[in-house]
Design a protein around this ligand. Structure first.
Ligand SMILES: Cc1ncc(COP(=O)(O)O)c(CN[C@@H]2CONC2=O)c1O
Length: 476
């Protein structure tokens, strides 16, 4: 039988490929796409994809990259009538950094000039030195995460501590690489707080099963849970990683998306440096960022970076070697990254417009976070922590036993059953909590807070109508 199979026949595929799952574009998304083809109006709140939900791109970065993509425009004598002088100057600057414009490969770590801008941004943000040689630009944060996990995971015996609920990039990549996900549960009743005792229990449990725990992932602010880690919590985590000799993967892609003042974003790098030696020289830390989130939302550009802290030079060389296999990160995305970490400054022609646009987006996201949380909390059998940061709302749906039984009869996981009913009734496309991991017998769904602000009341009313009817239909 084996002889008759071809390499890409399903039966003979790499088992790790078949085993990995990625719920953000899973069953609900596929069903929503089918319904859309049938003409039903769908509100795709399943993906943190701001421009797909109507968010306008920031003007200045698009002006600069447009000129970089079409440098012949710079020769037009009227160009100053169409583009501001600072955009023209920045375009010329970035083109001078490339080895032949946006069509040429860059260094596999990214353009040195942009990596320098990223290092300067990190220094301004944290108040500590950052070395451009320890910053690699990537095709979105996703690729950076995959590169690092690929270095860490040697076999199924290698475990990675991942928060539950988690963003399934982690579970899917660990599965694809043949490693073992070691869950640590966030406490919903503590506003998705992270209890270090849970970490210790998870590590002890994994070790008792012969797993070598090698790294720990934190997502700060959290996806799907939206919590912002406190400085004290970050110190505990770094101390834990030092004691257990774990690499810390600090996923900080939502660092601009903060909707409350009690817990502003503080980077893992800053907290680590504040702790001073020996720990600040001990803990191996990889920090990730992207142009996909924040008030940029430039998901489709595929721009990201990771910064390496306390990583041995030979390891950096190995990571560089593997990055070289893919030749070059997306060059136009690198320019978006450079612009994100070095936006127009006070006094620049484009500064006021840039601040007006970005402030407007962030303030609207903050209002939408509040509207969505309050909307969910007004519904029967629904409780929802406030979205402190990131782009998602993750309400708990207290499903009646009859609904759980009906789901079982339908061969569906309970929150998939609920989300499918929601989709069919309202066109609201969400991701079931089971796609992110959750405690046994507790059910959630994830939406984004991205639908247009003016549409939010109608969406929440539509959700409330569906939910309260559902709870009456299946009520105990
Ligand atoms: C925590 C986290 N890390 C990394 C990424 C990947 O970002 P890049 O675009 O830079 O690769 C995402 C994207 N969030 C997905 C995309 O939309 N909805 C989500 O949950 C994310 O939520």
């Amino acid at each position: 039988m084996e002889m008759s199979l071809k390499a890409l026949d399903y039966e003979s595929l790499n088992e790790n490929v078949k085993n990995c799952q990625y719920a953000v574009r899973g069953e609900l998304y596929l069903r929503a796409s089918e319904l859309q083809k049938e003409g039903k109006k769908i509100i795709f709140t399943n993906v943190g994809n701001p421009h797909a939900l109507g968010q306008k791109p920031l003007t200045f970065p698009r002006q600069v990259v447009a000129l970089c993509q079409a440098p012949f425009l710079l020769d037009d004598p009227n160009i100053g009538m169409i583009f501001p002088a600072d955009a023209i100057a920045r375009a010329k600057h970035y083109l001078s950094l490339t080895s032949g414009g946006l069509g040429a490969y860059s260094d596999s770590r990214g353009l040195p000039g942009v990596r320098k801008e990223v290092a300067e941004f990190i220094e301004r943000r944290d108040g500590y030195p950052s070395d451009p040689e320890l910053i690699f630009l990537t095709d979105g944060a996703s690729k950076g995460v995959m590169q690092i996990l690929n270095c860490v995971i040697r076999s199924q015996k290698d475990g990675i501590l991942v928060p539950v609920p988690q963003y399934p990039l982690y579970s899917a990549t660990i599965s694809l690489l043949g490693g073992t996900l070691v869950p640590y549960y966030l406490e919903e009743s503590e506003n998705w707080g992270l209890d270090v005792n849970n970490l210790r229990q998870s590590v002890a449990q994994a070790r008792s099963q012969g797993i070598t725990v090698r790294a720990m992932v934190i997502i700060n602010p959290g996806n799907p849970t939206g919590q912002c880690l406190s400085e004290a919590n970050l110190r505990e985590i770094l101390r834990f990683c030092c004691d257990e000799r774990l690499v810390l993967l600090g996923d900080e892609v939502y660092q601009q998306n903060i909707y409350q003042d009690e817990r502003p974003f503080i980077s893992s790098k800053k907290v680590l440096m504040d702790m001073r030696a020996p720990i600040s020289k001990e803990v191996q830390l990889i920090s990730f960022h992207t142009v996909s989130k924040g008030y940029w939302g430039e998901c489709g550009q595929r721009g990201g970076y990771f910064e390496m802290t306390n990583i041995p030079p030979r390891t950096v060389e190995e990571i560089y070697k593997v990055a070289s296999i893919a030749l070059s990160p997306n060059v136009s995305a690198q320019i978006f990254m450079g612009l994100m970490v070095s936006p127009p400054k006070p006094g620049d022609i484009s500064h006021d417009q840039f601040v007006r646009e970005s402030k407007g987006i962030l303030e609207s996201l903050r209002r939408r976070a509040r509207m969505m949380t309050d909307g969910f909390n007004s519904c029967k059998n629904v409780v929802c922590n406030f979205t402190e940061g990131a782009m998602y709302s993750f309400p708990q749906i207290k499903l009646p036993s009859k609904a759980i039984e009906a789901a079982k009869q339908a061969g569906k996981v309970p929150d998939v059953f609920y989300c499918l009913k929601l989709l069919e009734a309202t066109g609201i496309s969400t991701v079931p909590g089971s796609g992110f991991g959750q405690k046994e017998g507790v059910f959630h769904l994830r939406t984004t807070i991205l639908p247009a602000e003016e549409e939010m009341p109608e969406i929440m009313d539509s959700f409330k109508k569906f939910n309260d009817e559902f709870m009456s239909q299946y009520g105990d």
